[in-house]
Ligand binder design. Sequence first.
Ligand code: PAF
Length: 293
Amino acid sequence: MSKTIHLYLFKSEKHLAPFLKKKRIEGKKIGFVPTMGALHRGHISLIEKAKDECEIVVCSIFVNPTQFNNAKDLEKYPRTIEHDMEMLLKADCSVLYLPASQEIYPEGKPELKNYDLGYYDKVLEAAFRPGHFQGVANVVYRLMKKVNPAVLYLGQKDFQQIQVIRKMIELENFQTKIEVCEIVRELSGLAMSSRNVRLNEEAWNNAAVISQTLFFLKEKRNEFSSVKALREEGIKRLKKIPDSIVEYLEICDAETLRPVEIIVKGKLTIILTAIWINGVRLIDNILIENKLT
Ligand code: PAF
């Protein structure tokens, strides 16, 4: 017998909350995948993982204005709702939460909470995108208040964002568990991202050098005299990409995100990078020493 696939669509908390409450009373576990849409296989891998562990999987699509520190970037952010809904249907996601801006920010120009995110709000992405993580923490807080999930599914590609959300969850005393899902890559190694659609063919091909560099650094890390030399080699390789601006490449303790001077065997360490290629900003990372559990 063929399976009937439903995707419940909720545009407001008024209907979403009682639906989820009923499911919770029935003993169903709720998994949550927050997104900004323009869904790709990376997002679907989060849905799949959530489906393995939860009876109800809620995906939200909301392009959050408060996390864009650049109005042009917000304007250019791809919006592909029909395609997204098809993908969610195919993936057998249970619920799409598609709030309007007034639902998330009823006060209009939002009065954001100022979270003490410590070092996470000073370095790497935060240094280049001031205010970005306050916007992320605020929107995820508001979404989580509405969905109240048992488990939140996040992709490793936005590694610093995971640490920020972890911190917000701790500060807000949510009981929600975080599951981190591995980066999904194109055959070329390019990390899947909603921004990739903005790369022209040449830039798309060139962007493969990002992951090639990360894989190279991971593999050859013991052949370099120091972490400094390893980092410099990475930057040198990235700078060779035509029409590129390297914002950072750092080798850090994966928990604190502080740069390391030596790579300690068995200590979770990560290489993170952000680079503009042909006017499109891309990020990627690779864990070295240990798998994230
Ligand atoms: O990773 C994203 O798509 C966004 O930052 C998130 C977590 C949905 C918050 O807007």
